[in-house]
Design a protein around this ligand. Structure first.
Ligand SMILES: [Zn+2]
Length: 312
């Protein structure tokens, strides 16, 4: 049955980057989205962090916490996927790669356009804002020599691209995020410019609609072949020691990494095998390593997103 609703969702969007992340399949439109939202909702329901800080949370608050962790995590994985795609397709960079990876993540999630991906962008913006506030509280100055722009600026850029993609739908969001009127005025242009640029550079690496469907059918129905099979993207959920175990469980149960794999395989002709792995790294981080072509998400980063959740 999975195949049928997946195919229904495939018919909804063809064309450039909109083809693009139709699938975060699981998070895309139609029946598949409903089922995936259920997967995320179910994973959130079962989330039980061991940190005593969260022991007083009600069931509903714990679910909100889990969903905000998953949202910020999806944005982060999309950002790292941006680095991966820039490297794998040898895309030209006309500005800092960190900015490009953020823009890729925003455009990709907007092109899926589901409630979950919109929420993921919002969660990411809120996490970045809270991280900036934490820096302020702990008297850590923003580090201006680092590759990423300061957190608050990254948060505003996400909100600006959301607003620019659909000013009517996201007007309230822009207002509540206190995006000043003068910036709001340029957001549509910023979104259209980014959307056009990414579509143009990615087009040569994207499957045609018919090849995407054939490839998907092969993966769903056909014998495994080296080409287009799930083997092209290996997913690894490595062990998580003690307090990190609930975050591993949340990630596994949400099916997020598998959904990202499905999307990438559906959209792109990858030149080589890659791996997406979640593991304990000893620090909150996520990165793309071009040598072994591995995208790594550290469970500690998910725990850090949890730490940014306001105390109840
Ligand atoms: Zn980055």
């Amino acid at each position: 049955m999975k195949g049928i609703s997946t195919l229904q969702s495939l018919t909804l969007r063809f064309g450039a980057l909109a083809v693009a992340l139709t699938a975060y399949l699981a998070f895309g439109t139609s029946g598949a989205e409903v089922r995936a939202d259920q997967t995320v909702a179910q994973a959130a329901k079962e989330f039980s962090p061991t940190d005593p800080r969260f022991s007083a949370l009600t069931q509903l608050q714990r679910e909100e916490l889990a969903e905000s962790i998953l949202g910020s995590t999806l944005f982060t994985v999309s950002h790292e996927l941006g680095h991966a795609i820039i490297g794998l397709f040898e895309l030209p960079m006309l500005g800092p790669e960190e900015d490009a990876a953020d823009t890729f993540a925003a455009i990709a999630l907007l092109s899926v356009g589901s409630e979950f991906t919109h929420r993921a962008m919002l969660d990411a913006a809120i996490s970045l804002k809270r991280a900036a506030e934490r820096e302020h509280r702990t008297a850590d100055e923003p580090v201006f020599f680092q590759q990423h722009r300061p957190n608050q600026q990254r948060a505003y850029s996400i909100v600006c691209l959301m607003f620019g993609s659909n000013p009517r739908e996201f007007k309230d969001l822009a207002e509540s995020a206190k995006l000043p009127q003068e910036r709001q005025e340029t957001c549509t242009y910023e979104f259209e410019q980014a959307d056009d640029a990414w579509n143009r550079v990615l087009r040569p690496h994207m499957r045609s609609a018919s090849s995407a469907v054939r490839s998907l059918l092969r993966r769903l129905l056909g014998p495994k072949s080296a080409n287009n099979s799930h083997e092209l993207i290996e997913i690894r959920h490595l062990d998580a020691p003690g307090p990190l175990a609930p975050y591993r469980q949340l990630l596994v149960r949400s099916g997020m990494l598998e959904a990202v794999r499905e999307t990438v395989l559906y959209q792109f002709v990858l030149p080589k095998k890659i791996a997406i792995e979640a593991k304990s790294c000893g620090e909150p981080n996520a990165y793309w390593n071009p040598g072994p072509t591995t995208l790594t998400l550290c469970y500690e980063l998910m725990a850090d997103f949890a730490e940014l959740f306001p105390p109840q």
